[in-house]
Design a protein around this ligand. Structure first.
Ligand SMILES: Cc1cc2nc3c(=O)[nH]c(=O)nc-3n(C[C@H](O)[C@H](O)[C@H](O)COP(=O)(O)OP(=O)(O)OC[C@H]3O[C@@H](n4cnc5c(N)ncnc54)[C@H](O)[C@@H]3O)c2cc1C
Length: 487
């Protein structure tokens, strides 16, 4: 896009949205040029801050007429470079669209705009004394719920209820031509109760990273708050014992959540910026479990089953400690309070001196956790990174998440290059074992392209071309080319 075209687009956008909603100052635009990762910065030509759906429609129409690319962003915390725009394009910053439109208590769904954050909806439920709970990711509290549902992210109720795209009760979307579309239940019903039973057009906007439209409202499913809850930690001396426990516990259906974190996270929580090698006497993994019940008795019965599973593991030779409840841990060391209540800000990942955070996050079969764990940890150690590994079974054990995390110094070109090379190997190892990278960064799409089903690629490209013929919506994301069309 030439300077002249950008200037004409800017003038039209100022007229449609007002000057305060069109950001052009270099300093302010720098905020949008990068994220936590090693991805090279790209500065947008301008940023747009709409407050209403009509403004989103207007800006999409103008961008389409002027050939201006649009990349949506809320907090930019996706850890994949997804919200970094192409150089000179426009960023659509949705943080001002942060209305909680309604919370339907009986049907347990909140209709929210994309700027609504985890901490905001939690505060609302508390203030209004609404006895419903939501699932939380380990994301910073000021990030977008809608973005995470659209990315099919994961949270502490994913063991029970699946990944977050399953929690969508319907969408309102501004399409690339500026028209408005409702998908799922709200296409027909006043209650945003689910994605079916009409043809599931919501899927067009899930994991497509803003390439097919801009979601302006989403039905977010909530669940009853059980009166009795317990969060417990178990120290395990063997990674494979932890994976085994996850599978067993998932299939017994006694927990709301079973998560596993590897030893460097514990060290980092206690202030070690760059953990060295593990002392063989230290636990390798800690599991955290959420149990709940309608009565104290129900909770106790679940805890009994947990005890049986753990005894079984001990009999098989796995070494593990007795479960410790979080209040006890917090009494022993207040730093554990980071895991006591969600949402939480894991400063050791996002506020450390080097500032860089990158990961390869995948969903895949639980039966292959041990194999990917072995290969992933070996790769990370070979590249000189502490093997931070986060995993959990999801949807009752039908699949799970394996995420290898690296913190690094963003100022060091050598570390940035090393992280990227390591991530490439982690992606390859995971894909070979049947794991699929989620929140798929553009560079990962390139890496896995030759392995993707050609019919999948061609269909995705056709859908994209049909909805966005000019290729202006997040053109850097999911780079695919329709048959017979130049990319
Ligand atoms: C320390 C840390 C821990 C994390 N833990 C987790 C975790 O446990 N589970 C998890 O799932 N994630 C996790 N994340 C990732 C991330 O925080 C979440 O995915 C978060 O919800 C993304 O929100 P955001 O506002 O940052 O989205 P952004 O990064 O701003 O946007 C994400 C993507 O969605 C697109 N998008 C956003 N809004 C819209 C819209 N309205 N319409 C169309 N496209 C849109 C953007 O273009 C972009 O491609 C973590 C991140 C960090 C830094």
């Amino acid at each position: 896009m030439t300077n002249g075209t950008l200037e004409r687009a800017r003038a039209r956008l100022v007229e449609a949205l007002g000057a305060e909603a069109v950001v052009v100052e270099t300093g302010a635009l720098d905020e949008y040029a990068s994220d936590y990762t090693e991805e090279a910065p790209r500065r947008p030509g301008l940023a747009l801050r709409p407050a209403r759906v009509e403004e989103v429609q207007a800006l999409v129409r103008i961008a389409s007429e002027e050939g201006l690319s649009l990349t949506v962003r809320v907090a930019g915390s996706n850890v994949g470079g997804l919200a970094i725009p192409p150089e000179g394009g426009a960023v659509v910053d949705l943080r001002r669209m942060n209305r909680i439109v309604e919370v339907n208590r009986e049907d347990m769904v909140a209709v929210i705009e994309p700027g609504v954050t985890w901490e905001q909806l939690k505060a609302h439920l508390l203030a209004e004394k609404i006895p419903l709970r939501m699932g939380y990711p380990l994301s910073p509290p000021d990030t977008s719920i809608v973005a995470n549902c659209l990315l099919d992210g994961l949270g502490n109720l994913s063991m029970r209820y699946g990944a977050m795209a399953d929690w969508i009760g319907g969408l309102e979307v501004v399409l690339p031509d500026g028209s408005l579309c409702r998908t799922g239940a709200p296409a027909l019903s006043p209650v945003w109760f689910g994605r079916g039973p009409l043809p599931d057009l919501s899927g067009l906007f899930v994991c497509s990273q803003g390439t097919t439209g801009i979601v302006t409202k989403l039905g977010f499913q909530l669940w009853p708050e059980p009166p009795h809850r317990r969060r417990t930690f178990i120290l395990m001396y063997d990674r494979n014992g932890a994976f085994r426990a996850m599978r067993e516990l998932a299939q017994r259906m006694i927990c709301d959540d079973v998560g596993g974190l590897s030893w460097p996270t514990g060290k980092m929580l206690f202030g070690v910026d760059k953990p060295g090698a593990r002392d063989p006497g230290e636990p390798e993994f800690f599991l955290y479990l959420d149990l709940s019940g309608q009565s104290a008795r129900e909770l106790e019965l679940r805890a009994e089953v947990l005890g049986e599973v753990l005894d079984g593991l001990r009999r098989e030779g796995f070494e593990l400690e007795q479960p410790l409840d979080v209040p006890t841990l917090v009494r022993l060391n207040p730093r554990f309070s980071k895991f006591a209540e969600f949402p939480t800000r894991l400063e050791f990942l996002v506020d450390h001196p080097g500032g860089g955070l990158s990961w390869v996050g995948t969903y895949g079969p639980l039966s292959r956790f041990e194999a990917y764990g072995d290969r992933g940890v070996a790769i990370m150690e070979r590249f000189g990174f502490a093997p931070i590994l986060v995993s959990r079974p999801m949807k009752g054990g039908h699949f799970g998440v394996m995420r290898f995390i690296a913190t690094f110094d963003k100022q060091s070109a050598e570390e940035r290059a090393r992280v990227r090379e390591m991530s490439g190997e982690l992606v390859d190892a995971g894909v070979e074992l049947g794991f699929i990278p989620y929140k798929t960064p553009p560079w990962v799409v390139e890496r896995i392209r030759s392995r993707l089903d050609p019919g999948f690629l061609a269909t995705l490209a056709r859908v994209r071309a049909a909805l966005d013929p000019r290729g202006l919506m997040a053109p850097h994301c999911w780079p695919v080319t329709a048959p017979g069309r130049q990319g």
